[in-house]
Design a protein around this ligand. Structure first.
Ligand SMILES: Cc1cc2nc3c(=O)[nH]c(=O)nc-3n(C[C@H](O)[C@H](O)[C@H](O)COP(=O)(O)O)c2cc1C
Length: 174
């Protein structure tokens, strides 16, 4: 209600929009961590042609026609540098029972992860729940995780059920 508004509240069309300093950081974190995320391995190649894998979660589809996805990559990640240079990346969907693969990738132990190659030459999980090959169409640079908008240029089948971040007991958000 308007008479409960703080001085820094903005009143617009009868709704009270509280801005800035009043936000409770713990609440913000708790609410944002309710956004459901998947668990993926992003495959790229380094400048000298080596396979590079990254565990990530911030992926969503944004268009049917053309088939577009958005992935938010950490600003300083080698994966983002690879994507910007090659204009491409592959996303493998981890399936139930593959938590160890997520941990191996986070540890940088790529040689212990069984991969195969897409027709475009990118590394994807050999035993995952499926994969997509993505071609960069646009970048949104704001924030600490710039968004890469990409067209899905190929897809491969997999087996099992995909896993979700929550079931790993992990969070990335807030
Ligand atoms: C639970 C979890 C989720 C993550 N999700 C993302 C993500 O969506 N995007 C991202 O760039 N990094 C994400 N990271 C961090 C990456 O796994 C990685 O450590 C970092 O980006 C460095 O990548 P690089 O090996 O390509 O340099 C996540 C890490 C964890 C532990």
């Amino acid at each position: 209600m308007a008479d409960e508004a703080y001085p820094h509240d903005l009143i617009s069309h009868g709704a009270v929009w509280r801005t800035g300093g009043a936000m409770d950081k713990k609440v913000k974190k708790k609410v944002l961590q309710q956004i459901p995320y998947g668990a993926y391995i992003v495959g790229t190649q380094t400048e000298d042609g080596k396979d590079w894998l990254m565990f990530g979660t911030w992926l969503m589809q944004t268009s049917f026609k053309p088939t577009l996805v958005a992935f938010a990559f950490r600003k300083d990640s080698r994966t983002l540098a690879n994507v910007r240079r090659s204009k491409s990346f592959a996303v493998s969907f981890l399936r139930e029972g593959m938590q160890d693969v997520a941990e191996l990738v986070l540890d940088g132990a790529f040689e212990k992860v069984k991969t195969e190659r897409t027709a475009s030459g990118l590394p994807v999980l050999a035993d995952g729940a499926g994969w997509i090959d993505c071609h960069l169409v646009e970048q949104i640079p704001q924030g600490d995780h710039p968004i890469v908008l990409a067209e899905v240029s190929d897809a491969g089948p997999g087996k099992g059920k995909p896993i979700f971040l929550d079931s790993l007991g992990w969070h990335y958000g807030g």
